[in-house]
Design a protein around this ligand. Structure first.
Ligand code: PLP
Length: 309
């Protein structure tokens, strides 16, 4: 049985009014781990345990680590999440509250990942990569299968891109649903635009640094898989400002009473800001509301203040 939940598919009156076309929301914020990550990490965890893993290890201090913690709890398998020192106390607390152990190693993700790799080898645990694995893409693809099952065929899909695991899964799911021709808008923030940079260079490249506050999108390089898929599927890259992403979070909270991370606000912002790419759609627009646990009311207020010009 999958560890993720089937999520609501909601027609948004507020967002539809912005673009004068039906806008549908796939509410991944309703997953128990607050993001779509439970789909991919849940499947990867299930498969690892089926292969004999007795411990799960994650190197993500964000939503991926939180999802692994949830998956381990549901499967009755101990989980260790190795996070860099920059991971906040609140996120560590959320992960620990699920029963997982949190270890701190290094100051950046790469160092935590190296420590997690060693730990997995020493303990015989399975190390689950946050975005670069076929199980992850197959798990994420299930969200598109649910939309197709509900009878909706959009004419445009809007989705955020970090390391590209979500987009890879969405494209895989779209191919399986027979939506290979449906265009996708891939949204990033300035300072985290690794997908946009890959398209411009015609190969995945490594950004020098992440300067966006949408840290969940802050992978310096996208996976090869998503770059290859973007060659055969119509995908348009759009890069928005942190201010737009954060304002979209605030507007979405008012409109739908759902609090999401700026990584998710980035996707919502192209509709709220009436980006030309969404203004003349012939049919329905599907927005993947990817969610995220790394946000509070107070934090959102701080981001709004920090990005106000
Ligand atoms: C992980 C995550 C993303 C980015 O997903 P990738 O698979 O890294 O592209 C976007 N939003 C949220 C809330 C996430 O947790």
């Amino acid at each position: 049985m999958p560890l993720h939940h089937e999520t609501p598919l909601l027609h948004s009156v507020a967002l539809s009014a912005r673009v004068q076309a039906p806008v549908w929301l796939k509410l991944e914020s309703a997953q128990p781990s607050a993001s779509f990550k439970l789909r991919g990490m849940g499947l990867a965890a299930e498969r690892a345990v089926a292969r004999g893993a007795t411990r799960l290890v994650s190197s993500s201090g964000g939503n991926a680590g939180y999802a692994v913690a949830w998956a381990g709890r549901a499967l009755g398998v101990p989980v260790t999440v190795v996070v860099p020192s920059t991971t906040g106390a609140r996120m560590r607390g959320l992960i620990e509250a699920t029963g997982a152990e949190v270890q701190i190693a290094g100051d950046v993700w790469d160092e935590a990942h190296a420590a997690a790799t060693t730990l997995a080898e020493q303990t015989g645990g399975a190390l689950l990569h946050p975005f670069d694995h076929p199980d992850i893409w197959t798990g994420h693809a299930s969200l598109i299968a649910e939309v197709a099952q509900a009878g909706l065929t959009p004419t445009q899909v809007v989705v955020s891109v970090g390391g590209g695991g979500l987009l890879a899964g969405v494209l895989q799911g779209m191919d399986a649903a027979g939506w290979s021709e449906v265009p996708v808008l891939a949204i990033e923030t300035h300072g985290a635009e690794s997908f946009s940079a890959a398209l411009a260079a015609d190969r995945p490249v490594t950004l020098p640094a992440i300067t966006s506050l949408a840290l969940t999108l802050g992978s310096k390089r996208v996976c090869d898989q998503v770059f290859a898929q973007a060659k055969t599927h119509p995908v348009q890259s759009i890069v928005v400002s942190d201010a737009s992403a954060v304002q979209a979070c605030a507007q979405f909270l008012d409109d739908h009473r759902v609090l999401v991370e700026p990584s998710c606000g980035a996707a919502l912002s192209v509709v709220y800001d009436q980006h030309p790419a969404v203004m003349h759609t012939a049919g329905s627009i599907l927005v993947i509301v990817c969610g995220g646990a790394g946000v509070t009311r107070t934090q959102l207020d701080d981001w709004l203040a920090a990005t106000r010009t």
